[in-house]
Design a protein around this ligand. Structure first.
Ligand code: DGT
Ligand code: CA
Ligand code: CA
Ligand code: ZN
Length: 578
């Protein structure tokens, strides 16, 4: 079994246990294990072979034994037994908005429903309304949710799709009278690469809340309304994305924001810490368990303060060690967008970009950049109008001219994004590379080669002393083109010795390296570069997605070369190739 299959089985077990009504901690343990394995940068079989399963965060002795069983037998006895009790097909019912594990158990036990199709049938026959706690209205709502699921699937939206939509909606709500604060929450605030639904929050007085909700559900982007209340409403947008909005008074803003930012796992840990102090924590307040008055938090800082912790930034809130790090005073000082002064990967009209070198330079400067690298494609990527050596030298002349026009406060490096060919060779000879200011090597073709072969191509590029950076190392394209099957262990270890920069490509369809690989690269001290890979000046907007991915990988400014002044970067290149 591979990582994805093991993760899927654990995730199914978590759902089945939750339907059975098991203890939340047990459910959470499986869910966390599934996520840890899904985002694990290494082949789980290899980790098992090294006896290192229990070193994976979230995997203890029991879970390690279960993984070992799956890897060696291809099955999990525990799952088979559980399946006798809770049919695995019930898991898909949980995808219906508003259908929780208790209700799923009920329709299974009372109506013998085991699939989504059967659920649809009993709902249409009007059999759901007679269940305890249901009615004609909730039946109708459920039917709508089932239809919406059938129409849009349970696909997650990309960060780059959800983010601008959320900002648009918040801007509309912020204009309304009585609105004191607005914010995105949920996975979008944590800047995960994909988003299940958009969570929005507004601080407003009770009198203002009605108008906020009315405006929200009638926005032009809204296709249908799934809930409309005084503090909570939900809508489905025309593109199928769900948006949840909550409105609460400003005095409770901190607890509201913290609760709905999540992650669920992070929140569970916060609530446990609170309980140890005799406080119960929810979205409204801290409530002392001994009956004293509740403690309101208008800011998130106050929440962490109450718990005796420093502020934890949203991009870290995944319960991946941030609570422990906060306790020990070793939270990373995360890299921030304002610290980025360069972009080292972009295209001009010389290959497949839409703007000239000078135009790209001026735009970058207007965005606060101090230097850039122009890195057009190399010859073998004919589809992108890749540059022959002859054209590359003509381009060098234009870079020199553009530098003269830009003056001493800005610098354009002449670079390339060179193909790593299918046979592993590089597209330009060393003599050519030696004369360029900055060399990216990237995979665009034959990504589906077997692991050994594609890894060898990357290693070959890393070992070339002229290659300064590997561009979008996995080559994935979200949502559906998987990256190459790379031996990351080997590639990362090699990058350490060759001192090659690895890219965090900020394009929201790439975010490559992904957050979990960034975390491993940071731990190994590998220098990273966050670049927009701009083919158009609009693409400079991607920067914050890349920075967020770096943050999710615990990167500080020191690991991100785009925060370095140009002389420091040039000295680093000197040091690599003395
Ligand atoms: P998503 O939408 O799947 O990308 O992920 P989230 O994290 O945005 O999850 P969502 O939309 O279900 O809920 C938003 C936040 O609200 C979540 O991060 C934590 C909080 N939350 C929601 N339901 C629960 C819950 O049952 N328990 C706890 N502790 N927190 C919850
Ligand atoms: Ca969400
Ligand atoms: Ca939500
Ligand atoms: Zn590129």
């Amino acid at each position: 079994m591979n990582n994805r299959e093991v993760a899927q089985l654990f995730s199914d077990v978590a759902d089945m246990l939750s339907i059975r009504g098991d203890n939340v901690h047990r459910v959470l343990a499986y869910r966390r294990a599934a996520e840890a394995i899904e985002t694990l940068g290494r082949d789980i079989n290899q980790v098992y072979a090294e006896g290192a399963l229990i070193e994976i965060p979230g995997i203890g002795g029991t879970l390690a034994e279960k993984i070992a069983e799956m890897l060696t037998t291809g099955k999990l006895e525990f799952y088979e037994r559980l399946a006798q009790e809770i049919p695995p097909s019930l898991v898909e019912l949980l995808k219906v908005e508003g259908l929780g594990p208790k209700r799923v158990k009920q329709v299974y036990e009372v109506l013998e429903v085991t699939t989504l199709a059967e659920l649809t049938a009993v709902a249409r026959e009007g059999k759901l309304r007679d269940l305890p706690g249901m009615g004609a209205k909730s039946e109708e709502k459920l039917l709508k949710a089932i239809e919406s699921l059938a129409r849009h699937g349970d696909d997650r939206a990309l960060l780059g799709t959800a983010w601008p939509l959320a900002q648009e909606i918040l801007a509309e709500l912020a204009k309304l009278p009585g609105v004191k604060q607005t914010a995105v929450a949920g996975s979008l605030r944590r800047m995960k690469e994909s988003i299940g639904d958009i969570d929005l929050l507004v601080a407003a007085d009770e009198e203002a809340a009605t108008a906020v909700m009315d405006t929200f559900v009638h926005l032009p982007q809204v296709e249908s309304i799934s809930g409309h209340g005084p503090t909570k409403s939900s809508v489905i947008l025309v593109n199928g994305l769900q948006v949840d909005l909550r409105v609460l008074p400003a005095a409770r803003w901190g607890t509201l924001l913290s609760y709905f930012t999540g992650s669920k796992d992070h929140n569970v840990r916060l609530r446990e810490l609170a309980l140890k102090q005799g406080l119960s924590l929810n979205e409204h307040a801290f409530t002392p368990t001994d009956g004293r008055a509740e403690i309101l938090c208008a800011t998130e800082e106050e929440i962490y303060q109450t718990l005796g912790l420093p502020y934890i930034p949203p991009t870290l809130r995944e319960d991946r060690g941030e609570i422990e790090a906060a306790w020990d005073g070793r939270l990373p000082d995360l890299a921030r967008t304002e610290q980025i002064i360069s972009d080292l990967h972009m295209h001009s009209t010389w290959s497949d970009g839409k703007f000239t070198i000078l135009e790209m330079a001026r735009f970058a400067q207007a965005r606060g950049m101090q230097y850039i690298a122009i890195t057009d494609h190399s010859a073998s990527l004919g589809i992108a109008n890749g540059l022959s050596i002859e054209r590359l030298w003509r381009q060098a002349v234009e870079v020199r001219q553009a530098n003269e026009i830009m003056g001493p406060d800005f610098r354009i490096l002449h670079g390339t994004e060179m193909e790593i060919r299918a046979d592993g060779s590089l597209d330009y000879p060393d003599e050519v590379l030696a004369q360029l200011d900055f060399v990216i090597a990237s995979l665009h073709v034959s990504l589906s080669q077997p692991r050994a072969q594609v890894t060898e191509r990357l290693l070959n590029a890393l070992h070339n002393p002229h290659v300064d950076m590997i561009g979008h190392p996995s080559g994935r394209l979200l949502p559906d083109r998987d990256g190459a099957d790379v031996d990351w262990e080997e590639v990362l270890a090699t990058a350490v010795t060759t001192r090659t920069i690895l890219e965090i490509n900020a394009n929201p369809r790439r975010l490559d390296l992904c957050d979990s690989l960034v975390r491993r690269a940071v731990a190994l001290g590998i220098p990273l570069a966050i670049n927009c890979d701009a083919h158009h000046t609009d693409h400079f907007d991607f920067l914050h997605y890349g920075v967020a991915t770096a943050q999710r990988g615990w990167a500080t400014a020191a690991s991100v070369v785009n925060t370095w002044p140009l002389p420091k970067l040039l000295a680093f290149f000197e040091g690599r190739n003395p």
